[in-house]
Design a protein around this ligand. Structure first.
Ligand SMILES: NC(=O)c1ccc[n+]([C@@H]2O[C@H](COP(=O)([O-])OP(=O)(O)OC[C@H]3O[C@@H](n4cnc5c(N)ncnc54)[C@H](OP(=O)(O)O)[C@@H]3O)[C@@H](O)[C@H]2O)c1
Length: 324
């Protein structure tokens, strides 16, 4: 269903107190410039991802997630170029990777300086710690270094990624000592990966007033229904090694795809749009699906502006219960 709804920015979270709110859906840009996992430069290139960017903005989706490690900086660089070429205000979330040799707080400042340079921005809406690795810089020193950057104005809010419930509490506590909220935990969350519903992460986010940014919300393309046993095609890039993309793996997800397709028919929506709408309906969850081209961006934007009924949500929850 290729449509491009004009989304009024349904507010979900204020990344900055009294500041702009992010729309209930973002765009993930890992595949923009990455050829280690994805096939950037082979199957698609800069003009494809720029069209994905433009189509998303036209649909009111102005929130983009990137990281210093995506494409070894290329993703931030491309995003920076695209932002320069538009008048529309864009909100960027990027990430700091806690590498073992980054043991001084100054490493945070240096990494952020490099990210801002690639993005050609003076500040980002959200800066996230990519993984909860504690090498020689402990969480307290890390959170303090991030808090310093909020005070400087180079980041407007702080998030974490791949943190457990107890790690969220700890980071939240350290930032609270500085009077700064922890606004986001970015974690894997899709109908084929519902672990955060049972491991305490989703409920902790609710208790602490945080938003979950759901990464790989399409299970890297699986829930779109385009990878099928009958018309088997090996996925591009590193996913060919993922058993979920094998014929056996695809057979296991058929019941879910059938339900998504059937429910989608009633709303004139695709399985991808239904799957994203289900995640958005969880409440404090903002999915950030990756889009490599205009068509994918346009389709993903069609997850907004309508709602599944509670019966439909229930049916989808039941058929995907095995992945909780
Ligand atoms: N914090 C972390 O540790 C972490 C980890 C992973 C991802 N992320 C973030 O989350 C974002 C999204 O995750 P992801 O890219 O892993 O997975 P995803 O969003 O679940 O899947 C993206 C892939 O699905 C396919 N696709 C997307 N929209 C489609 C559509 N409408 N129809 C058909 N196929 C479609 C595309 O691949 P094909 O066309 O090749 O099938 C696309 O690259 C990333 O870009 C990144 O920003 C964060």
């Amino acid at each position: 269903m290729a449509e491009s709804p004009q989304v009024s920015a349904h507010p979900v979270v204020k990344l900055i107190p009294n500041g702009p709110e992010i729309p209930p859906l973002g765009v993930g840009t890992w595949s923009w410039g990455d050829s280690l996992f994805w096939q950037y430069g082979k199957d698609y290139g800069a003009s494809d991802v720029q069209r994905a960017f433009q189509v998303s903005l036209a649909a009111g989706i102005t929130f983009f997630d990137t990281a210093e490690v995506y494409g070894l900086g290329k993703s931030e660089e491309l995003l920076g170029q695209f932002i320069q070429a538009t008048e529309t205000p864009v909100m960027v979330a990027t990430k700091y990777f806690p590498l073992p040799w980054r043991f001084k707080p100054q490493a945070v400042a240096d990494a952020l300086t490099a990210s801002l340079k690639r993005l050609q921005l003076p500040t980002v809406a959200l800066y996230q710690v990519h993984w909860p690795f504690d090498f020689l810089m402990g969480q307290k020193a890390l959170m303090n270094a991030l808090a310093d950057e909020v005070k400087q104005g180079r980041i407007q809010s702080i998030g974490v990624s791949n943190y457990s419930a107890s790690q969220m509490h700890q980071a939240h506590g350290y930032l609270a000592e500085r009077g700064i909220p922890l606004v986001v935990n970015q974690v894997q969350y899709s109908l084929l990966h519902r672990k955060i519903e049972s491991n305490g992460v989703l409920s902790t986010a609710r208790d602490l007033g945080m938003t979950i940014l759901a990464y790989s919300p399409l299970a890297q393309g699986l829930v779109t229904g385009k990878y099928r046993v009958e018309t088997y095609q090996t996925p591009a890039g590193a996913r060919r090694l993922d058993p979920r993309f094998s014929k056996d793996g695809l057979r296991k997800i058929e019941p879910l795809i059938n339900v998504l397709r059937e429910i989608g028919k009633g709303h004139d929506k695709t399985p991808a749009q239904v799957a994203l709408n289900w995640l958005i309906g969880q409440g404090n969850v903002v999915p950030i699906p990756g889009a490599k081209n205009a068509q994918q961006a346009e389709q993903n934007a069609g997850a907004l502006g309508w709602s599944l009924t509670s019966d439909e949500r229930q049916q989808i929850s039941e058929v995907s219960a095995a992945w909780r």
